[in-house]
Design a protein around this ligand. Sequence first.
Ligand code: P5A
Length: 452
Amino acid sequence: MRLSRYFLPVLKETPAEAQIVSHRLMLRAGMIKQQSAGIYSWLPLGYKVLRNIERIVHEEQIRAGHIPMLMPTLQSADLWKKSGRYDAYGPEMLRIRDRHDRDMLYGPTNEEMITEIVANYVTSYKALPLTLYHIQWKFRDEVRPRFGVMRGREFLMKDGYNFDVSKEEALHAYNRHLVSYLRTYERMGLQAIPMRADSGPIGGDDTHEFLVLADTGESEVFYDSEVTDLTFGDREIDYDDKAACQAVMDEFTGRYARTDETHDEALFNEIPEERKRVARGIEVGQIFYFGTKYSESFGAMVQNEAGERVPLHMGSHGIGVSRLLGAIIEASHDDNGIIWPEGVTPFHCGIVNLKQGDAEADAACEGLYAALEAEGLEPLYDDRNERAGGKFATMDLIGLPWRITVGPRGLKNGVVELTSRKTGESEEMSPEAAVARVAEIYAPHRSVNAGI
Ligand code: P5A
């Protein structure tokens, strides 16, 4: 993309309404525009990152054997009356009446709808295990929408639902989700710690939230500092292997790590003093096991191996896709702007031309642009007729992890400069070497499957 032809409405001023750094930076970098309280338009740069996050979520869900689909945003109130949640959900639910006076609502979550779908089609244990998911907009009429996309009213969620013949199988699905979520967040450059939590209006006893530690987080959390040493890394895991998934669950949830709702002072005090931590976190996901709560309301039954009709055991599993942009920025920025992790960056590499209009500099930039594209990468070329300082400030603000700077002086010696946004370190090298280096850096971040 050439910046002169892009739509990147960066702001010079710091918007007064934004209280936290991620919200400020998303507005300043021209990523989002508020349309009403807690409702945003996703401008091109923000939309690109949102799409990258979605792609990683899809790839990891598909890797875990879960199946993508798409349900509507608007739902019939009848579904919710069946489960008893129509009244229970309260003022957070946006209720709508259509022209035939039918009660509708903008879905805050999809347990009812998916259970009704599965009850319609699945009759035998042979169709199981089954996990269906979608990435769809949700609406929750939050009392205090704030912090930009972090607590929106309209927000994008990945929500998945598992259907199993027994509690044991459903707990395997729960573990599988935990493993796939660990991988998902790490690919986005985030450490998200699973912590025992409260299930709220979704229901059930088993639930973990995934929290990214940040001072601006809305949840108070209590943990043993040893949990922050755990990383999933690039280990291979067979998602059908129950023992292997359980081992990861035990490893990542075996130490004390809880949200304030489930905090137990006595247990916490058993941790050696120097390892006790009280901090704040951003909830970027949550997994639930709630048994037969919804399947019983919707008659979602199957015949088991013994020929008996049994209700399906279910759980649901959510990732805050749009909230993740805020969480990633909270975890990765400096005074000059955003620092995108390579896994989600909107463009792989910036190209800054120090002397637009200089025949050699222009040609070198065009050459780099074509060579990066030939490597399957997406460069953002700042080809505007602007001062170098302004170009650097824009690149720093929008946070591309790598920048290649091209100027007549370097070109005389056959070199350009490759700069890391994170460390600020620069290295001179030939244009070919710079392209090769950038391609090598992104090699581990390529799509793993495209079968969405
Ligand atoms: C699990 C999937 C559920 O709704 N039903 C389907 C279950 N869980 S949840 O914890 O309530 O939401 C899942 C994730 O969505 C994000 N989230 C939000 N993001 C932005 N703005 C909001 N108002 C908002 N509310 C929830 C969180 O990341 C949460 O973990």
